[in-house]
Design a protein around this ligand. Structure first.
Ligand SMILES: [Fe+2]
Length: 178
């Protein structure tokens, strides 16, 4: 289950309905699609054969279609971070730096978990997400991404154009996962 923790105020929200409401105040979409429809193999396999990726995306066809129509996204893919990801530590260090994107950052978690800290000005909101949950961090929102102690996450990513979700740190620096 998701959890939202405000770093300065210490406020913690664990109720899904409340999480949805509070995040929406910041333009962040949170939803639960679940992973019951996926076989354990599709959830737990991080090797990502093209066939399995297609199967996963097909399983969420209805939700993805609705989301794409509503938000103007055009395509999706699957991305993983796990022990066999080359240079995982280097990537993690990069993702932990605050940035924003010119398009929304859309992640549906298939397996694993992670944290999206969002800078809301007078506080940092840590949004913990896990399998079955969708998060949309809106374009322009300053945020970063952290793996938790599980050190792995597998997500469907949805986007308008690949260029839109390149991370903008400062000046010309870019990274392309989170
Ligand atoms: Fe990002």
């Amino acid at each position: 289950m998701a959890k939202v923790v405000f770093r300065n105020s210490g406020k913690v929200i664990e109720d899904n309905t409340q999480i949805k409401e509070i995040l929406s105040e910041y333009g962040i979409v949170y939803d639960v699609w679940g992973v019951d429809r996926l076989s354990e193999d599709l959830r737990k396999d991080y090797e990502l054969s093209e066939e399995k990726q297609k199967e996963i995306i097909k399983a969420y066809e209805k939700e993805l279609k609705e989301l794409k129509e509503k938000m103007g996204y055009i395509t999706e893919d699957i991305v993983v971070l796990w022990e066999k990801t080359p240079n995982l530590e280097g990537l993690e260090a990069k993702f932990k730096r605050e940035h924003h994107h010119t398009d929304d950052e859309v992640r549906f978690v298939i397996d694993g978990s992670g944290v999206f800290p969002v800078n809301i000005g007078d506080d940092i909101m840590d949004i913990y997400v896990e399998a079955g949950e969708l998060i949309v961090v809106p374009a322009g929102a300053r945020h970063w991404f952290e793996l938790d102690e599980n050190k792995k996450i597998k997500c469907i990513r949805v986007f308008k154009t690949p260029a839109g979700w390149e991370a903008i740190y400062e000046k010309d620096e870019k990274a392309t996962w989170g």
